[in-house]
Design a binder for this molecule. Structure first.
Ligand code: HAM
Length: 425
């Protein structure tokens, strides 16, 4: 009786990052880290799971917490969640470690949301984000936005637009929420039935709707900018003038609310005009002046953003920017004797800081040559019986049109390779 073997696939909404793609990914995350460090941010890494309470502060009424969180009881019956975002976890770390302020940190890693997967929307995705905790200065808002702008420019993206809004202080927000709620309640019949519950319970969320009927009502709704207190307005004006001073183009979008409840004052998004509407937000962030306190710390302001790395690379694909970096292998060692020369030469090259590789399993010369070509290496080093007996190595430059070969004493080979690759000897 034949039994069908189990074959497993990646879980829905997740994907494998395979060699090929991974080189580009690696390069992207390295560049992102370098930019954050140039702005004075240091790397932070927090656990992938936390006490579920850390994330409930994002807002019970948000989809991220209410519908999409991966929650589980661990074997000790503790309620845990896979992190759906980074900000709440970083604030938890701030409260736990009480660092000096402003605390400027950046992070990158996997995040989890049980969403309906589609292009640019996954259940496990990766964010790169920064948080600056402990300063109320609007110039730090400008710095954080400028960092995001630098990242997008550095990736070669030209078709992005920065949308900017202010949620004001908590009083502004609750006054606005109240009048928006009233407005939506009066027009409930005109709102798309799928959005009515949201309009009643979380009116701000209705502003996020992509449904036509709701959008029509929302287009006539009151704007938060009309409700800003004098202080909130002053903060917002300083942010706007800072962006102008740094030549960062932006558009005011008073209906920009973002999908998380913790925002106060500045909120912003970078959208890619080269991507489909539903997944065109590459990066989003803002201030969250109440979050640290909600997590048990002293009243402390904060601001940050997160960028979806998959979305960033999708936007790069759409604009034809940020190609895969060139191959890392510099030298391929071909050994058609018993493999000992390949073993020893790759080792010497690697010890000298040169990326070297080889074939295994005593392949034929042709097969090893093919591997060398495929690897993208600049140089092939060849050892056959003759080279072995004369203590030499045949060196062939693979990227030159004429395949000229030179014979080099084995004792000089590492230096010779370093010279050819332009590494000082
Ligand atoms: P968010 O808007 O929920 O904000 O997510 C930030 C970015 O993560 C999005 O703009 C998008 O590029 C990416 N992203 C979100 N969900 C998915 C998904 N399911 N698949 C692929 N990419 C996704 C936050 O997470 C806040 N913590 C940002 C922040 C930091 N605010 C202040 N500091």
């Amino acid at each position: 009786m034949s039994k069908k073997a189990n074959t497993f696939q990646t879980p829905i909404g997740t994907k494998d990052l395979l060699p090929g793609e991974s080189a580009r990914w690696n390069e992207a995350t390295r560049q992102l880290g370098r930019i954050a460090e140039r702005f004075g941010f240091s790397l932070i890494d927090t656990p992938i799971f936390e006490d579920v309470g850390v994330f409930s502060r994002i807002g019970e009424g948000t989809d991220v917490v209410g519908k999409e969180m991966y929650e589980f009881l661990d074997r000790g019956d503790r309620a845990m969640a896979l992190r759906p975002e980074g900000t709440a976890a970083i604030c938890r770390a701030f409260v736990q470690h009480r660092p000096l302020t402003p605390w400027k940190v950046y992070y990158t890693g996997p995040y989890f949301r049980y969403e309906a997967p589609q292009a640019g929307r996954f259940r496990q995705f990766h964010q790169y984000g920064v948080e600056a905790i402990g300063s109320d200065d609007p110039d730090i808002d400008v710095e954080v936005i400028a960092l995001a702008w630098n990242v997008l420019q550095g990736a070669g993206l030209r078709e992005t637009q920065l949308l900017l809004n202010s949620m004001g202080d908590p009083e502004t927000k609750s006054r606005y929420q109240e009048s928006l709620g009233e407005f939506l309640l009066n027009r409930l019949e005109e709102i798309d039935p799928a959005d009515r519950e949201k309009a009643k319970t979380h009116p701000l969320r209705a502003l996020d709707s992509k449904r036509e009927a709701t959008l029509a009502v929302v287009s006539e709704a009151p704007l938060i900018t009309e409700y800003l207190s004098t202080d909130a307005e002053r903060h917002f004006d300083r942010v706007a003038s800072g962006l102008k001073a740094l030549n960062i183009p932006f558009a005011l979008e008073p209906k920009l609310v973002r999908g998380l409840d913790y925002y106060t004052h500045t909120t912003f998004e970078f959208q890619s005009l080269a991507l489909e509407n539903a997944q065109n937000t590459v990066c989003g962030g803002g201030r969250y002046n109440g979050l640290v306190e909600q997590l048990g710390g002293p009243a402390t302001p904060g601001i940050g953003f997160a960028l979806g790395i998959e979305r960033l690379l999708l936007a790069c694909d759409a604009e034809g920017s940020f190609p895969s970096p060139p191959t890392t292998t510099e030298v391929w060692v071909i050994d058609v004797t018993d493999g000992s020369s390949a073993r020893d030469l790759t080792n010497s090259l690697r010890e000298a800081g040169i990326a070297a590789d080889r074939s295994f399993d005593q392949r034929s010369m042709r097969s090893q040559m093919r591997s060398a070509d495929r690897s993208g290496a600049a140089i092939a080093l060849i050892v056959g019986e003759q080279e072995l007996s004369e203590s030499v190595v045949t060196l062939r430059k693979l990227r030159d049109d004429e395949a000229d070969q030179i014979s080099i004493p084995r004792s000089d080979i590492v230096n010779e390779v370093r010279l050819i690759l332009g590494l000082e000897s």
